[in-house]
Design a protein around this ligand. Structure first.
Ligand code: D5M
Ligand code: FE
Ligand code: ZN
Length: 472
């Protein structure tokens, strides 16, 4: 049904209708039926028909009902913080409590205050769990870490002689939580580390995931994961993206979900000089344009949108879902979630995180690179934390709860942000960096960042098989 016909139908019945209400009706599966339903439900007090009058959806003839999305964890509407000092203390305490809890199953640790010189009973095998407050190389070439728990702070030393231990220690970043076992020096003021335990994914986790039921007979639903569309940028790859949208309509796989992990639009004022690289200089127009593309996605595909650092929400993470003013631009069936968000679709848990912390992880941990983003994402899983380093690129809002802690292990970790593609499996978790739909920007050229654009990941939600498809 053409949009002008919808307007005409309402005009004939004596009503005006708002453009977004028209768009909403048009996005439903059978607009004609819905127009009838809405007209029947209106009373004389209504002059202009708005979205609010179109509640019913067209439940009558759903050929294939839209699949549901279970949002397990998301900051939206839950933000409590105003940024006071006490909130930071509480935030880090929550981080410590939850990450140390994960480690405690494997290490019998004592409180740091019990290590005060003169009070100790043993020297040889002592364990503590602490948040790393400092890490440095000593003049003798050892690595010195300072660990903090709620009772105190203690220095621990790693020597280069044990290669594996040294490699682990070299990747330790400040503000992550680790367990260490070692021996105390004679004066009781320093621990020489023998082993380091990170929260990590348990080794037996792989089998548990394997036990996920695969639907019998019916071909299982598929989800398509993308990120960093950057609509509005003059480097947005419109042709490739349109080809991708067409693919969703034509493909042989039963795709039921499309998940976008942030930076849907390029935004405005995100970096200095951005105005020279924008094709659409107004952020609402950018979202309108994005909504136009997404309207062409088949109606039986559930679209899920999380924000990134270019989107129109607060920059501090965790970021809430896009505001209503922007949501109303999109088709009515889109599910908007925060960043990060843990969702469940068809029994599969997907942890969506835009991935800004990768800038810090790649810059700090040895052997990380923008060309292998999945490796940096595996570092998040090892730390059971999406943004372990405080005070870097990610500005972290001190919410009561640390929303970056990975409590429930997802089947899939889905990120973007770095504009390169990665697909790995780590202890049963599928790790996907979905790339971008933007070619190299002037800024990226200067820092020699080579994007890998126009890819989408397609996941069989039954078998959890994942592959990348290229559209260029
Ligand atoms: O980020 C796209 C990519 O560009 C991501 O890998 C980070 C990099 N980037 C973006 N801005 C900066 C700055 N200011 N310094 C260093 N690296 C940066 P996007 O979020 O799409 O802009
Ligand atoms: Fe981006
Ligand atoms: Zn980004």
């Amino acid at each position: 049904m053409h949009e002008s016909l919808i307007v005409e139908e309402f005009a004939n019945a004596g009503y005006q209708i708002s453009p977004d209400a028209v768009a909403l009706i048009d996005s439903c599966q059978s607009p004609t039926t819905l127009v009838e339903q809405v007209l029947q439900s209106l009373d004389d007090s209504v002059l202009v028909v708005c979205r609010e009058h179109i509640r019913s959806g067209d439940k009558k003839s759903p050929e294939k009902p839209l699949p549901g999305v279970n949002i397990l964890s998301d900051i939206s509407n839950e933000s409590t913080c105003v940024g006071e000092y006490a909130e930071f203390v509480r935030y880090f305490r929550d981080r410590y409590t939850r990450l140390s809890g994960i480690i405690r199953g494997r290490v019998t640790a004592r409180p740091i205050e019990s290590l005060q010189a003169g009070r100790r009973q043993e020297y040889n095998s002592v364990s503590i769990i602490g948040m790393v407050s400092d890490t440095k190389i000593t003049s003798n070439g050892n690595r010195l870490l300072e660990l903090e728990d709620p009772t105190g702070s203690f220095p621990v030393l790693v020597r280069p002689s044990d290669r594996d231990l040294w490699d682990t220690a070299s990747g330790i970043v400040h503000d992550e939580v680790i367990g260490v076992t070692g021996s105390l020096t004679r004066d009781g003021r320093l621990m020489i580390v023998k082993s380091i335990v990170m929260p990590d994914i348990p080794n037996h986790h792989n089998q548990q995931l394997g036990a996920k039921e695969t639907g019998s007979g019916d071909e299982s639903s598929h989800a398509v994961l993308i990120s960093d569309v950057h609509v509005g940028s003059n480097t947005f790859l419109e042709d490739a993206f349109c080809e991708f949208i067409d693919y969703l309509g034509d493909c042989s796989e039963p795709v039921r979900y499309l998940i976008i992990a942030g930076d849907l639009v390029d935004g405005v004022g995100v970096y200095p000089g951005q105005e020279h690289e924008l094709k659409i200089p107004d952020v609402y127009e950018q979202y309108k344009c994005a909504a136009k593309y997404l309207k062409k996605v088949p109606k039986n595909i559930r679209i899920i949108i999380a924000p990134g650092n270019h989107d129109a929400v607060r920059l501090a993470e965790p970021q809430p879902a896009l505001p209503e003013k922007i949501r109303s631009i999109f088709r009515d069936d889109v599910v908007f979630v925060g960043n990060p968000a843990l969702i469940e679709i068809d029994g599969v848990r997907i942890l969506i995180y835009h991935g800004r912390s990768m800038d810090d992880l790649i810059a700090t941990i040895p052997n990380m690179s923008y060309q292998h983003p999945a490796q940096a994402m595996i570092e998040m899983l090892k730390r059971r934390h999406l943004a372990p380093m405080y005070g870097g690129r990610v500005s972290i809002a001190p919410e009561t709860k640390d929303h970056f802690v990975i409590d429930r292990i997802p089947h899939i970790l889905h990120c973007g942000h770095v504009h390169t593609v990665g697909l790995e499996r780590y202890k049963g978790v599928t790790v996907v960096n979905a790339g971008t739909w933007q070619s190299q920007t002037e800024f990226q050229r200067r820092v020699n960042l080579v994007p890998v654009p126009a890819y989408a990941a397609i996941v069989d939600l039954g078998a959890l098989d994942t592959r990348m498809i290229r559209f260029a």
